[in-house]
Ligand binder design. Structure first.
Ligand SMILES: [Zn+2]
Length: 207
């Protein structure tokens, strides 16, 4: 069988990276500080925030058995949880991170819509579980934003993110991305959908 191209170092899949990390982790007890060049590099190169900011934790400790939680020490800064499992996966794109942050931004808006539409608006029979962007579709909203804002607007919101203070990235109020998004989103049409109907919209957009 042809060997797959490596995705990082000598590893061909995320699972291979995770196995290598687990092999390191199992050698240490909870709360015991240890160093691992492999895990330091992984976080520095593939973690969604550390790779952006050029941060490399110098040592680690396991803090919890459940969920294989790991804390990294950032020199002169602080101990902070680092998600090695996620870092072994596909590194996020800037567009993906902005998209996630914008979804977070409209959470307070989606909640009341959901409360008022408990039955799926497509099939009218099953309880709704998801809020779907009917028009514009989310992808179109994202395309519009990226066609209107400058690269420097994107850089400045990414730059403003302080992960040590808040794990989840939020788009700052008053930033150009927030202004453009809020304007576009004012006319967005939402639909509350059941799981099955929501999945069918995904297939439709992909087609
Ligand atoms: Zn439905």
């Amino acid at each position: 069988m042809k060997k797959r191209e490596p995705i990082w170092r000598e590893f061909s899949t995320s699972e291979e990276i995770r196995i290598a990390v687990r092999n390191v982790l199992k050698g240490f007890k909870l709360e015991t500080e240890f160093e691992s060049a492999l895990i330091s590099d992984l976080i520095a190169e593939r973690h969604y925030f550390c790779s952006l900011k050029g941060l490399r934790p110098s040592k680690f400790k396991k803090v919890h058995v459940y969920g294989e939680q790991l804390q990294g020490y950032f020199d002169g800064i602080v101990w902070h949880p680092v998600s090695w499992y996620r870092s072994a996966g596909k590194p996020p794109t800037v567009r993906g991170q902005i998209s996630d942050a914008l979804r977070l931004r409209i959470k307070p808006l989606k909640a009341p819509y959901f409360q008022n539409h408990r039955i799926c608006e497509y099939c009218n029979s099953v309880p709704s579980v998801e809020i779907h962007h009917e028009a514009l579709e989310w992808r179109e909203i994202m395309d519009m934003i990226f066609s209107e804002v400058f690269a420097s607007d994107v850089d400045s919101v990414m730059e403003s993110w302080d992960w040590f203070n808040k794990d989840e990235f939020e788009i700052p109020d008053g930033s150009r991305i927030a202004l453009v998004f809020d304007r576009i989103h004012e006319s967005a049409v939402l639909k509350a959908l059941c799981k099955k109907c929501h999945n069918s919209t995904k297939r439709r957009t992909r087609a």
